[in-house]
Design a protein around this ligand. Structure first.
Ligand SMILES: *Cc1c(COP(=O)(O)O)cnc(C)c1O
Length: 224
């Protein structure tokens, strides 16, 4: 069996330097996270606020970690999420964005967020459809306390490679189209958070800037 360090070294060979590798550590032990940290990982992705809070307490000596929230964010956890995470990839509605925007006023650390989009219909996923996003962009542009940094997407399960590529390419094109509108607060949207263990190579070919990798680094998840 390969060690975590060996797996990370292997993945890095596939990743252009400009692409941020986020190690998705949900259901992964803090010991494994330390092993990843030891070989240079500084970005960790978590999908549950409480789990992340417990881990942050146990990893408090590692002061330069960037914490990324990638799960579904309930409104009653929004305040905590702003406190605990530098990034929130999974902002999936105007209502949530506006709530975060209000909460961020009091925070001395404006959260960096991605807007989660649903390019193909997918009953298992939240996020904006393309028409919904266009309808909400003018109001998102008013959320001045947020750093709206880009788009995040997860292809529906069961697509073939060509269909996955199509989802990523359309997300990339959507980002470019938003840019061409010259909205003041949306000009900083440059990130494409796309690519997981099964599809990150396709995502990179489609312009991903941040890949979120779990199982390929840490092995299959088990409850901890
Ligand atoms: C779990 C998860 C990942 C990582 O998935 P792997 O298949 O383990 O690489 C990435 N993004 C999100 C949003 C996730 O929930």
């Amino acid at each position: 069996m390969m060690t975590i360090a060996e797996r990370i070294a292997q993945i890095r060979q596939d990743l252009p330097n400009a692409i941020k590798l986020i190690a998705v550590s949900k259901q992964v032990s803090v010991e494994s996270m330390r092993a990843a940290y030891a070989v240079g990982i500084r970005d960790f992705g978590e999908s549950r606020v409480q789990e992340a809070q417990a881990k942050q307490a146990q990893l408090a000596d590692l002061t330069d970690i960037n914490w990324h929230f990638i799960g579904r964010l309930q409104s009653n956890k929004a305040k905590k999420a702003i406190e605990l995470f530098q990034w929130i990839h999974s902002v999936d509605s105007l209502k949530l964005a506006q709530q975060l925007d209000r909460l961020a006023v009091e925070s001395n650390r404006p959260p960096q967020i991605c807007l989660q989009v649903k390019i193909e219909s997918d009953p298992q996923k939240t996020g904006w459809t393309i028409p919904q996003l266009w309808a909400d962009l003018p109001q998102l542009n008013e959320c001045n306390n947020l750093q709206i940094c880009g788009l995040m997407t997860i292809p529906p399960v069961g697509l073939d490679e060509g269909e996955i590529k199509n989802v990523f390419d359309r997300t990339h094109r959507l980002l470019q189209e938003i840019h061409s509108q010259k909205w003041s607060n949306l000009q900083q949207m440059q990130q494409l958070s796309m690519g997981m263990s099964n599809d990150y190579k396709i995502a990179i070919a489609s312009g991903s800037t941040m890949v979120r990798l779990g199982r390929i680094l840490f092995g299959e998840r088990s409850a901890i």
